[in-house]
Design a protein around this ligand. Structure first.
Ligand code: MG
Length: 418
């Protein structure tokens, strides 16, 4: 691994995330012990602590502790029920901030993520400056504090952020990974579970260094394949990449007809509706993709996909609709009836700065003229998707495009449906 380029891996971990959000939202909770979790009911409540503020931790309260026990330790604490939607929205905001520091962000829990910042030194400066900028941005935008660990690999970066909590910053110099962790208790080794630590302890190993110095053969004998992994981790070796895993690779919508459909114009109308729903979902999730695919299942279950890739990512209805229609019109179904149609978008990309100009250029391309949505917007240049999203927000999901209103659609097209 020596010839490999040295990586810069950053682990960001929010401090006492849920309780810090409660303290941010409610000024009267600040500087007080706050326990997020089950209802304590005067010490007789069931359930556990989800999170405890640092003030509450001074009383010995920690997460996963029975709420009744927490109450006995500190009855005067503020007890609040978790507001997951609020925490998730703050989490999303933080991940957006992190994405500004690297395109490679792997979120591993609601309040934790790895960033691979290899190669960004020219922009961000040395590791400690990078870590400081990340902390500062999070603090400025959310008022919350994060602890940040930086190292040449994931496990050391994770250990570093844990060691410097709360509101800390710790960089492990490259080449010193083993030394960095040798005196730590085995509990700190990321990847060693409670059971593993117990059996290692029973073998006489107490620190990470003890395992690092032990024989690989012995560890492999006792723990199998896991033994070699433990030995490597104990020596500060971890080559796992930062992956955008968990994040979706494509997003799609499809419709199976109640009976097989013949009419092209009906299928095209369905593709219109699917484009509308799909792109709305994409805008809510903040996704844009370059590849648009259609899926067509014919009578008899043969299934086909056709796709086209653009130079830039999109999520607007008109573009995705016109691309799907084009793909559909080029597909020869041999007069067979259609059982299912779907659209999916993949190849999610980073949005280039000049996206808007290209987007405008593409807009004129083969767009079926059904409704002049710009006119509805009442203003030239108003983004119709943004307008629709705004209307839905104001008046609810029942707000729809005029083309989807049943009477208009029947009158204009002369269809009674299929
Ligand atoms: Mg945390």
């Amino acid at each position: 691994m020596n010839e490999k380029r040295k990586r810069i891996i950053v682990h960001v971990d929010m401090d006492a995330f849920y309780s810090s959000i409660e303290q941010m939202d409610r000024a009267e909770y600040r500087n007080r012990p706050v326990v997020v979790g089950a209802d304590p009911r005067g010490g007789r409540g069931r359930g556990v602590v989800s999170a405890a503020s640092y003030e509450a931790r001074k009383y010995g309260i920690h997460s996963a502790m029975p709420i009744s026990q927490a109450y006995r330790l500190c009855p005067e604490a503020v007890y609040v029920r978790p507001r997951m939607r609020r925490y998730e929205s703050v989490s999303k905001h933080i991940m957006k901030i992190l994405e500004q520091f690297s395109p490679l962000v792997e979120q591993i829990s609601i309040d934790e993520a790895f960033l691979d910042c290899t190669g960004t030194e020219a922009l961000t400066g040395p590791e400690n400056i990078l870590a400081m900028s990340i902390k500062e941005r999070i603090r400025q935008e959310t008022t919350l504090t994060a602890s940040v660990g930086v190292a040449s690999n994931k496990s050391i970066a994770k250990i570093a952020s844990e060691l410097c909590k709360p509101d800390g910053l710790l960089v492990c110099p490259s080449g010193e990974e083993g030394k960095f962790i040798e005196n730590l208790s085995l509990k700190c080794l990321w990847g060693a579970g409670e059971k593993t630590v117990k059996s290692l302890n029973s073998l006489g190993y107490t620190t990470i260094g003890d395992v690092a110095k032990s024989s690989r053969a012995v560890l492999e004998k006792i723990f199998g394949k896991h033994g070699l992994k433990l030995w490597r981790l104990a020596n500060g070796i971890d080559e796992r990449p930062v992956k955008k895993e968990g994040s979706r690779k494509s997003i799609g919508e499809e419709i199976t007809f109640s009976r097989d459909v013949e009419s092209d114009s009906y299928i095209e109308h369905v593709l219109f509706r699917i484009s509308d729903r799909l792109t709305r979902k994409m805008r809510i999730l903040g996704l844009k993709g370059r590849t648009v695919s259609i899926k067509i299942r014919l009578q008899g279950f043969e299934t086909f996909t056709r796709s086209r890739t653009l130079d830039f990512p999109v999520n607007d209805m008109k573009t995705i609709r016109s691309m799907s229609l084009e793909l559909f019109r080029h597909f020869d179904r041999n007069d067979k009836k259609v059982r299912l149609v779907g659209i999916s978008v993949s190849n999610f990309g980073v949005k280039p700065a000049h996206i808007n100009e290209q987007f405008e250029l593409f807009r004129g391309d083969r767009i079926e003229n059904s409704m002049n949505e710009e006119k509805i917007a009442g203003q030239r240049g108003t983004d119709p998707d943004a307008l629709l999203d705004k209307m839905k927000k104001l008046y609810g999901e029942k707000v729809t495009r005029a083309a989807f209103l049943p009477n208009l659609y029947e009158k204009e097209r002369g269809w009674g449906g299929d």
